[in-house]
Each structure stands twice: as C-alpha cells, then as structure tokens.
Design a protein around this ligand. Structure first.
Ligand code: NAP
Length: 241
C-alpha cells in the first residue's frame, strides 16, 4: 500500500463501522466516514480527528442513487482514487422476522440496504478503486448468512429470520460473483463476520466490543497483494459460505 491510502467505510458513524474507521485511521490512512445523518457523521469525524485520524465526512445513504453518486464524486475530487471500500452499513429490517409472520416490507428493507446498497456503492466506487495499486473491498456479512451453518436445522445460528439472515446469504453470494468477475484484476473482495457485537443493531445484546468486531474487517482491508479473494472470514479463519 502507498503511504497515502484512502479508505471509505459505510455506516461509520457508530458501532463496528466507527471502529473500523478508527482502526484504519490509526494506520495513518485517510478515512472517509460514510454516514447518512449529518450530525452523527460530523460528530464521528470530530472524534476520529481528535484521536489523530485523517478523517473526513462522506454524506452517504446506501439506498439512494443520487447520494451514492455524490459520494463517489466527493472522493474523486478529494483523492482521485479509492484504495479500500468497507461495505459495513447494515440493518436488520425490523422484527419479527420468523418466516411465517414476517412483513414483506421488512425483507425489502434488509435486502435494499444489505445487498442492493452494497452493489450500488461498490459499482459507484469501482472506477476509483481501479486506480489504486492494491484495491480491497470488504463486505460486512454475518455467520447467520452461512447456508452451510443454517442448513443444520437443529443448530441455533441467530434468531429465525426471513429478512436479515437471508440478506447476508444474498450478500455472500454477491461477494462470490464479484470475486469471479474481478479475479483477473488486483482487486481483492471478501466477506467478514465480526462476531456477536454489542451495538444498536441487537440492542447491545452482543458479547463482543465494536473494536473486537472491527478487527476482521481491518485485517481484510490490509491484505497483501497475494491475499485471498472470494472468501468469508471471521477472527477464527474461514467461515463456510
Ligand atoms: P449499528 O451500530 O446499527 O450500525 C449500522 C450502521 O449502518 C450505522 O452507521 C447506520 O447508520 C448505517 N446504515 C444503516 N442503513 C444505512 C443506509 N441506508 N445508508 C448509510 N448507512 C446506513 O450496527 P453494527 O452492529 O455496527 O453493524 C455493522 C455491520 O456489521 C452491519 O452490516 C451488520 O449487519 C454487521 N454485523 C453485525 C453484527 C453484530 O453482532 N452487531 C454481527 C454480524 C454482522 P444510522 O446511524 O444512520 O442508522
């Protein structure tokens, strides 16, 4: 990586995304803090800067074409390229999600943010990533999206879910398709699971800290040029798709 590495983290105003931004900032990287709420975004940027990071705000709603296009333009104007994209923004879509009682709107929200949002942001940023000597894309997934783990019907892999878990399975499948298309390029794209982390997403029921949850994304963001692509990792290693 060049010294002046530029990263964008989506959903970086809080939770795991904030800690990913903090971790990348601590490496001396310039970090775009992608967030849709202006006040929360600027508070996060101020906190990161106070800790010594070269952070800047990127207004970004991953479900909105115009917002994503404007974010790409902002990064182009500021840096001319992007080295690392961490697609971290995510939602559960709301509860309940048991398949027999779920509101289809809940499924739609989860897929719109967790899958289509990732595709929208990735494709908008790809022209900038292609200008990087060592581009990396990290998609924040979850072991609840692992069809291998979920297909053991007796296993409890998160709550019953027709929205959030399948949206992460969909994201995993999309990650593989990107890796296939990009396999003859220098772009490495992988999925990450942060573990069960105490954040707003689960009403702080998680058992890990956001800093612990950020570690795997930071590892995948800093992979060497001969690193893996098209794989799924948590802190323990490869997660089955
Ligand atoms: P969180 O604290 O709720 O943070 C989610 C972030 O995503 C927030 O910054 C949120 O912004 C942002 N976001 C949601 N919709 C967005 C949109 N349309 N445009 C832009 N930003 C949007 O949750 P978290 O636990 O840190 O989750 C981060 C990622 O890790 C997610 O992809 C999640 O699925 C994944 N993950 C989490 C766990 C866990 O145990 N926590 C486990 C596995 C995977 P606002 O503040 O504006 O809502």
């Amino acid at each position: 990586m060049s010294e002046n590495t530029i990263a964008l983290v989506t959903g970086a105003n809080k939770g795991i995304g904030f800690e990913i931004a903090a971790g990348l900032g601590a490496l001396g990287w310039t970090v775009g803090v992608g967030a849709r709420n202006e006040v929360l975004r600027e508070e996060a940027v101020a906190k990161l800067r106070a800790a010594g990071a070269d952070a800047f705000g990127v207004p970004l709603d991953v479900t909105d074409d115009a917002s994503v296009t404007a974010a790409a333009r902002l990064i182009e104007d500021r840096a001319g390229r992007l080295d690392v994209l961490v697609n971290n923004a995510g939602v559960t879509g709301g509860m309940p999600q048991a398949p027999t009682e779920v509101d289809p709107a809940t499924v739609r929200i989860a897929v719109e943010t967790n899958v289509i949002g990732v595709i929208r942001v990735t494709n908008a940023m790809l022209p900038l990533l292609r200008r990087s000597p060592s581009p990396r894309i990290v998609n924040m997934s979850s072991t609840v999206g692992s069809l291998t783990l979920q297909s053991d019907l007796a296993a409890v892999i998160g709550p019953l879910s027709a929205a959030y878990s399948p949206s992460k399975s969909f994201l995993n499948a999309v990650t593989i398709q990107y890796a296939k298309e990009l396999r003859d390029t220098n772009i490495l794209i992988n999925a990450a699971c942060p573990g069960f982390v105490a954040t707003d997403l689960n009403n702080f029921r998680g058992t890990r800290t956001p800093e612990e949850g950020a570690a795997i994304a930071i590892k995948l963001a800093t992979l060497p040029d001969n690193g893996p692509t098209g794989s799924f990792f948590d802190d323990s290693g490869v997660v089955p798709w």
